[in-house]
Design a protein around this ligand. Structure first.
Ligand SMILES: NC(=O)c1ccc[n+]([C@@H]2O[C@H](COP(=O)([O-])OP(=O)(O)OC[C@H]3O[C@@H](n4cnc5c(N)ncnc54)[C@H](O)[C@@H]3O)[C@@H](O)[C@H]2O)c1
Ligand SMILES: [Zn+2]
Length: 346
């Protein structure tokens, strides 16, 4: 049990990591969720909530519904229920529900409060903390969104018991990412323990949230430090895109992306062969993929330029500096990058 504070003056909020306890609201609330999560866990949530009015808004499950149409659907119901500026939304689900709810909360009548109750491992360690909200459109993922911090985050690991094993592993990839980028001791802890044990997993959730809270507090709008959370993502996003967001879960693509970034770091002398090998071994221990066949090197390289981090046609890579530290590197020679991609195929 713990409380982690995020202080982004003038907004400050708490992240509670513990079993849900009774919450009471003297306003109207709407719980935004999807049929799967609702079917499994809504009664447990409702047992812990009292409010002036409670509405449940159920949206479709899946990344393809993380769009303006779903936002519109939610907004319409909020107008029907006559929500006012004191009303509150509760995001009850994984990262998709969280991102959509946060975005809707930031635009309904110029902004109302929202609370995150994340139910996947990925959303507990990453997306529920830090206030990035977003939806997709035909131009790409998360291209529309806001920075909108929640009022509070409640992380209850009870929800994880029903999560698909692949989803759990995808979340573990993000935990490993956090340790490599920011905390050597945390990496050692992961190396020496089994995250399939729920009490160990709980400790790593707590540590990941602490790291994310610290990083976000230092750099809410991603001007520097926060961008490091994208380690493995520059490559991972291309893999997700090339496989139509169907073959790999996000965390799985990040796992491959971590290995690709490591090969680049290795060739630049930023990490050692042993460090690269130990990271690979840990990802494989959780059956995360570490290999991807690149069909067309030039095409893959071109896709780097579509990354949101690319400015003025300058590529940026988040690379590890050993284990527990990382840096943003620019001006890496095209030949070196293509060589890494080519060797990855062998
Ligand atoms: N805002 C951020 O900072 C941030 C960071 C990382 C990722 N994201 C976004 O998060 C999204 C991915 O989130 P995700 O990995 O949580 O996926 P998700 O929300 O799609 O959830 C994965 C699946 O698990 C189901 N599920 C959720 N909770 C469950 C439970 N307790 N038991 C059983 N099934 C459950 C969902 O219905 C879904 O089918 C992406 O859209 C990504 O862009 C946002
Ligand atoms: Zn991610």
């Amino acid at each position: 049990m713990s409380i982690i504070n995020i202080d982004l003056s003038p907004m400050a909020y708490k992240i509670h990591i513990k079993p849900l306890s009774p919450m009471s609201f003297n306003t109207k609330i709407a719980i935004i969720t999807n049929p799967k999560i609702s079917g499994l866990h809504i009664s447990y949530l409702l047992k812990n909530i009292t409010a002036k009015e409670i509405h449940i808004i159920t949206i479709n499950d899946g990344e393809k519904y993380k769009n303006m149409q779903t936002v519109d659907f939610i907004l319409e119901q909020l107008f029907n229920y006559k929500f006012d500026r004191d009303s509150t939304l509760i995001a009850f689900g994984g990262g998709i529900v969280g991102d959509i709810t946060g975005f809707t909360a930031s635009i309904y009548q110029r902004g109302i409060d929202y609370i995150q109750i994340p139910t996947t491992l990925l959303s507990q360690v990453d997306s529920s903390v830090g206030g990035k909200t977003g939806i997709n459109n035909t131009f790409g993922k998360n291209l529309i969104g806001t920075f909108n911090q929640p009022n509070c985050v409640y992380i209850d690991t009870h929800f994880l018991s029903t999560l698909d094993i692949r989803e759990t592993r995808a979340g573990i990839a993000e935990i490993i990412k956090m340790a490599i980028c920011f905390d050597h001791n945390f990496f050692e802890f992961i190396k020496n323990n089994n995250l399939n044990d729920i009490s160990i997993l709980q400790k790593t959730i707590q540590k990941s949230v602490e790291i994310k809270a610290r990083v976000v507090t230092e750099d809410e709008k991603e001007k520097g430090q926060r961008a490091k959370l994208n380690y493995g993502h520059t490559f991972g996003h291309i893999i997700e895109n090339q496989t139509n967001y169907t073959k790999y879960l996000h965390g799985e693509a990040v796992s491959i992306g971590i290995i690709m970034a490591n090969k680049l770091a290795l060739s630049l002398g930023l990490i050692s062969k042993q460090e690269d090998a130990i990271i690979t071994k840990i990802l494989q221990k959780y059956e995360l993929p570490t290999y991807y066949k690149i069909d067309n090197i030039d095409e893959f390289y071109k896709q780097f330029f579509l990354d949101k981090k690319t400015k003025n046609q300058k590529l940026k890579f988040i690379l590890p500096l050993g284990i527990g530290n990382s840096a943003i590197k620019e001006d890496i020679d095209e030949k070196i990058i293509k060589n890494i991609l080519r060797n990855f195929n062998e």
